[in-house]
Design a protein around this ligand. Structure first.
Ligand SMILES: *[C@@H]1O[C@H](CO)[C@@H](O)[C@H](O)[C@H]1NC(C)=O
Ligand SMILES: *[C@@H]1O[C@H](CO)[C@@H](O)[C@H](O)[C@H]1NC(C)=O
Ligand SMILES: *[C@@H]1O[C@H](CO)[C@@H](O)[C@H](O)[C@H]1NC(C)=O
Ligand SMILES: *[C@@H]1O[C@H](CO)[C@@H](O)[C@H](O)[C@H]1NC(C)=O
Length: 548
């Protein structure tokens, strides 16, 4: 046996094609576990992961994949704008101080207040400047410059704002993949040549579903085209910044984007929408989802105190900064929770001292183990902002939700959950205590909501392999085949007018016109031949040609 292993390892070390099946087959027998670790380690690669996402939740899918890859012997370096909260062996986190500070400055916002006042939570110019300003902050940082001197075998970038990071991967001359963290964002997918018809793909910033009326499709198309135009402007500026920092040889972001090796798409037909994807895309929604573990004692005591009636869980995620919420909303929530015949666990980052009016059935905490709570048998409902990962988790654990979308993709995520029947979506602008109370009671007492959540849960869990295994398989596939460029579609190098054959339609129209003209000419001539004595039979043409 050992001889076989060393032969396999020899083969691997010399870069021959990697017999994946050997690893798989060995995995079947626990007896060979050691050997598996040994053989699989031979593939060990040095991988750069990086996200320029402005909210911390972008890190979560990366962490999960990193943990999976580390256990298979790879080294991971992970660049982001959010300093590590905990240590994972084998994971080296890089957080350029400039980028961290830029994001802190940028996200010191009151999204809830803006949304309640009916304003855009992020002003258009702020939305645009993020890409090139954060790029400047990152590339200008000494830590990033150090990183630029290293080498890697593969980069895994965030599909949201990947362009600046592609500048780095271009220096390394290595293949890169995406984790498309904002699952409803189609920009990175369509640049790689995936079909993203505006007829059935709701814009990630809208509240549409994949079934749109004529009016909605018109609006959706307008939004997409508008975004594309703004994006190309932003990319011009980003390109300039990359060239300033990295050299004039850096290609335009769109040219680099087209060369993406593989996309791990943070979606799945069950929780996002069914759509056509090229062979170099795999869906990995819920890569971070896990069965619930027992809760810490203080939470468990609090929940047990609510007895058989159960409890509800409230969290607006990490990006919204619930502690900055307007006083009117805070009071509305407190009043609603006071009326509920349930205990309430509320994730709130502010100080409990600000909450003198809290009733004893409510417990505040800065941090709560969300999935362990969602998987608790006594949980009745989840009140959420509608962040994508929260929506995936709620389906994974089969819990009905009340959503209060705030910004970015929250509306489109909530719209999907609503059509799937496990959510009630509320509008912060018109929210009232009464409405919130009634919605919470409805998702708990109308069994349709719980049943719809369980139905989706069953569908999501019925997959050939877990999202993590899928992601690991494809990452190693890209490593084994040096970028796996054979999976790319030629569509990525075509203009939309070519892809939709508008140039061909134009060509055919021209040919048709030419044909008609030729036929007419022939017709005229044959008329003349047939009626040599009656040239006046075709006066209009004659007149016309005289004028011409
Ligand atoms: C992984 O990191 C360790 C420790 O820094 C190093 O010894 C090893 O060579 C690295 N492996 C790869 C494949 O880069
Ligand atoms: C953050 O804001 C402070 C105060 O306005 C400013 O001095 C600093 O330069 C900003 N940092 C970055 C990286 O933009
Ligand atoms: C990185 O490379 C540049 C130029 O190649 C060099 O000037 C710089 O000292 C290097 N930095 C480190 C930390 O090695
Ligand atoms: C794609 O990336 C690989 C690896 O960096 C590179 O060798 C190749 O030339 C790139 N292709 C294009 C068309 O940019």
């Amino acid at each position: 046996m050992l001889e076989l292993v060393s032969r396999v390892e020899f083969k691997l070390n010399h870069g021959a094609s990697y017999p994946y099946s050997i690893c798989l087959r060995n995995m079947l027998g626990i007896r060979y576990l050691l050997i598996v670790t040994f053989t699989c380690q031979a593939l060990a690669a040095d991988i750069l992961m990086a996200t320029m996402g402005g909210t911390k939740s972008h890190k979560i899918p990366f962490w999960e994949l990193a943990k999976g890859l580390i256990s298979r012997g790879h080294n991971i370096t992970f660049l982001s704008g959010f300093p590590a909260d905990f240590h994972i062996d084998g994971l080296h986190e890089v957080t350029p101080a400039n980028l961290v500070e830029y994001i802190q400055n940028y996200t010191n916002w009151d999204l809830l207040g803006a949304r309640m006042n009916g304003e855009m939570p992020i002003k258009p110019w702020d939305g645009l400047r993020y890409a090139f300003e954060s790029c400047d902050a990152m590339l200008g940082d000494a830590e990033t410059k150090d990183l630029a001197n290293r080498t890697f075998d593969l980069a895994i970038l965030d599909g949201a704002y990947p362009e600046c990071l592609q500048g780095l991967t271009h220096l390394y001359k290595i293949p890169f993949m995406y984790i498309n963290t904002v699952g409803f964002y189609t920009g990175s997918l369509s640049l790689a040549g995936n079909p993203a018809s505006y007829a059935i793909t709701p814009n990630f910033y809208s509240s549409f579903t994949d079934k749109m009326s004529l009016y909605e499709r018109a609006l959706n198309t307008g939004m997409q085209i508008g975004q594309n135009i703004l994006h190309s402007y932003v990319m011009r500026r980003t390109h300039r910044i990359m060239r300033d920092h990295l050299g004039a040889h850096i290609p335009h972001p769109y040219d680099m984007s087209r060369n993406v090796s593989f996309i791990l798409q943070n979606g799945h037909a069950v929780v996002s929408y069914p759509r056509a994807l090229n062979p170099n895309v795999a869906e990995v929604a819920c890569i971070h989802c896990k069965p619930a573990r027992p809760l810490p004692k203080d939470l468990d005591d609090f929940i047990s105190a609510s007895g058989a009636s159960g409890f509800i869980y409230v969290s607006m995620g990490s990006s919204v900064k619930a502690a900055n919420m307007p006083e009117s909303l805070r009071r509305m929530l407190v009043k609603t929770f006071a009326r509920l015949p349930y205990n309430v666990l509320w994730k709130y980052e502010g100080s409990a001292a600000d909450m003198q009016d809290l009733t004893p059935n409510v417990k505040l905490s800065r941090w709560l183990p969300q999935q362990d709570i969602l998987g608790h048998s006594q949980l009745r409902a989840f009140i959420t902002h509608g962040g994508l990962l929260s929506m995936f988790e709620t389906v994974y654990h089969g819990v009905p939700v009340v959503t209060m979308p705030v910004f970015c993709d929250h509306d489109v995520n909530s719209a999907k959950a609503e059509v799937d029947g496990y959510a009630i979506k509320l509008d912060l602008e018109t929210l009232s205590t009464n409405q919130l109370y009634k919605s919470i009671m409805k998702v708990i007492h109308d069994p349709r909501y719980r049943n719809a959540a369980r139905y989706r849960q069953n569908l999501l869990l019925d997959q050939r392999s877990t999202a993590l295994d899928t992601a690991i398989y494809w990452t190693e596939y890209v490593l084994r085949h040096n970028g796996a460029y054979h999976l790319q579609t030629p569509a990525r190098n075509m203009g939309w007018w070519q892809y939709y054959l508008l140039d061909v339609v134009g060509l055919y129209l021209l040919a048709l016109c030419a044909l008609i003209l030729i036929l007419r000419r022939l017709d005229i001539r044959s008329e003349k031949v047939r009626n040599p004595h009656y040239p006046n039979l075709i006066p209009p043409t004659k007149k016309k040609s005289k004028k011409l």
